[in-house]
Ligand binder design. Structure first.
Ligand code: NAI
Length: 426
């Protein structure tokens, strides 16, 4: 065999798997059709957070009592900075893999048989294969020529108006950022609330704040057609919208076509690759991780899958357990969730957390869930930088900690994390 492992797709998961395998002396080939780092680093998580950070900084100063600011946004200059920042991250990741000894080939890889992958007309063999080919945006048939995550994060100016089709993760994050940058924003969501897959209390907190930012939210509303002249015309079940840009964010579909899965007769779960809790497919030496498998389409889920698959290839018997899989949506308030809901919970408002008041950003709440014996089961948090503190609760869930452990953990003052601690003081 040429390699111990061939990794198909050098996205978030593929990269993490490679590093772990290489550090454990495995000979690794990575095959990537486009850019090292995949969707998250190049066109998703990283650039979107940079845009959101800019919009929040402007909004923060604009709303600070006693401050008046006059500002100009040069999106071309921002894009130049953002592209360099992204290249630094992806370049470091690729450099690390090469330094650890990985071979990396750019080209479209297809699985020929359970030990062989073909790329650029040449066959390469390996004991194991990891599939991490990611996902692409879902499209609505008949609606073309609109923006998706890649195009919206590559804009050269702040649009005057934007209609967002789909009020999920992407729609709500980008909609919030654009509203804070000055665009008129419409969010059209087919279900009866934005963020329909998210904890309802969190979704309601976001809905309230976004409406106060002037975002026009249309729920239970499907898009019927989109046409483009000078401006877009978006016909919905509830009327017509005219906007400069249309962003389509109606979910993502796994990249499982044309990669040769039929050659090895891998079992599928619809368009997703079926895996066991070792991340092994129905073909015992082929693993699948990240968006091509069922579960949340999150980069950190792909990282976790990658570690588990790599550990099993190394020879350790490790299984996935998603009980404390956090999710974060970088909207306003920033919302985070981990673990699971149980019938007992304690709630405090973010406005009771002094650090939030110093930030002039105190919308939201902290709700911690626990079992009858006090074991922490999860949390829903809507507060500034909740993304930075949710891991404390994940660790509590993973470690079966009691609410008293949270109370007895000294939290520095003043911090947002005091909201987790203060929940149990009364
Ligand atoms: P999504 O699945 O989060 O949301 C899609 C939304 O579109 C749903 O609310 C759905 O009801 C709605 N929808 C579907 N068809 C529609 C129609 N015809 N008209 C109106 N609404 C319609 O998908 P999204 O926002 O495209 O994001 C893709 C993936 O990227 C997500 O699965 C998410 O996990 C990931 N992501 C994660 C982020 C984070 O972790 N902060 C940020 C951005 C994306």
């Amino acid at each position: 065999m040429d390699y111990d492992v061939i990794i198909l797709g050098a996205g978030a998961g593929g990269y993490k798997a490679a590093v772990h395998l290489l550090k454990n002396k495995k000979k690794v080939l990575m095959v990537e059709k486009e850019k090292f780092g995949g969707e998250c680093l190049n066109y998703g998580c990283i650039p979107s957070k940079a845009l959101i950070e800019m919009s929040e900084s402007i909004y923060y100063l604009k709303n600070m009592p006693g401050v008046s600011i006059d500002y100009k946004i040069d999106m071309n200059a921002w894009q130049e900075w953002k592209n360099k920042m992204v290249s630094k991250i992806t370049g470091n990741a690729e450099g690390q893999c090469r330094a650890l000894g990985a071979d990396i080939i750019y080209g479209f890889g297809t699985i020929k048989d359970e030990n062989t992958l073909n790329v650029n007309g040449k066959d390469y063999t390996a004991e194991n294969i990891i599939i991490d080919t990611g996902s692409v945006p879902a499209r609505i048939p008949g609606i073309d020529n609109v923006y998706y995550n890649r195009e919206i994060l590559g804009i050269d100016h702040v649009p005057e108006s934007i209609a967002v089709i789909g009020g999920g993760y992407i729609g709500v994050e980008i909609g919030t950022a654009m509203a804070k940058l000055g665009s008129k924003v419409y969010i059209i969501e087919a279900k009866d609330r934005i963020l329909p897959e998210v904890n309802e209390e969190l979704s309601k907190a976001v809905d309230k704040k976004l409406r106060s930012l002037g975002i026009n939210i249309m729920t239970s509303s499907k898009v019927l057609s989109v046409s483009k002249d000078n401006y877009y015309k978006v016909k919905t079940e509830n009327g017509e919208i005219s906007s400069e840009i249309v962003l389509m964010s109606v979910g993502r579909i796994p990249n499982t076509k044309d990669i040769g899965l039929e050659n090895v007769k891998i079992e599928m779960d619809g368009r997703f690759i079926k895996t066991d809790n070792h991340r092994r497919t129905s073909v015992k030496n082929i693993y699948a991780i990240g968006d091509v498998t069922t579960g949340p389409m999150l980069a950190h889920k792909a990282f976790y899958d990658a570690y588990v698959a790599a550990e099993n290839i190394i020879g350790n018997d490790v299984i996935v357990d998603y009980k404390a899989m956090p999710y974060v949506i970088y909207t306003d308030p920033e919302i985070s969730f981990t673990g699971y809901v149980s019938k007992n919970s304690k709630k405090i408002m973010t406005s009771a957390v002094p650090r939030a008041l110093t930030m002039n950003d105190s919308d939201g709440f902290f709700r911690i869930y626990y079992d009858d014996d006090g074991t922490v089961t999860g949390a829903a948090i809507a507060a500034p930088r909740s993304s930075e503190i949710i891991t404390e609760v994940s660790l509590a869930v993973e470690s079966y900690l009691n609410i008293k452990d949270l109370l007895l953990t000294v939290h520095p003052h003043p911090t947002i994390a005091e909201g987790i601690h203060d929940d149990f003081e009364n």
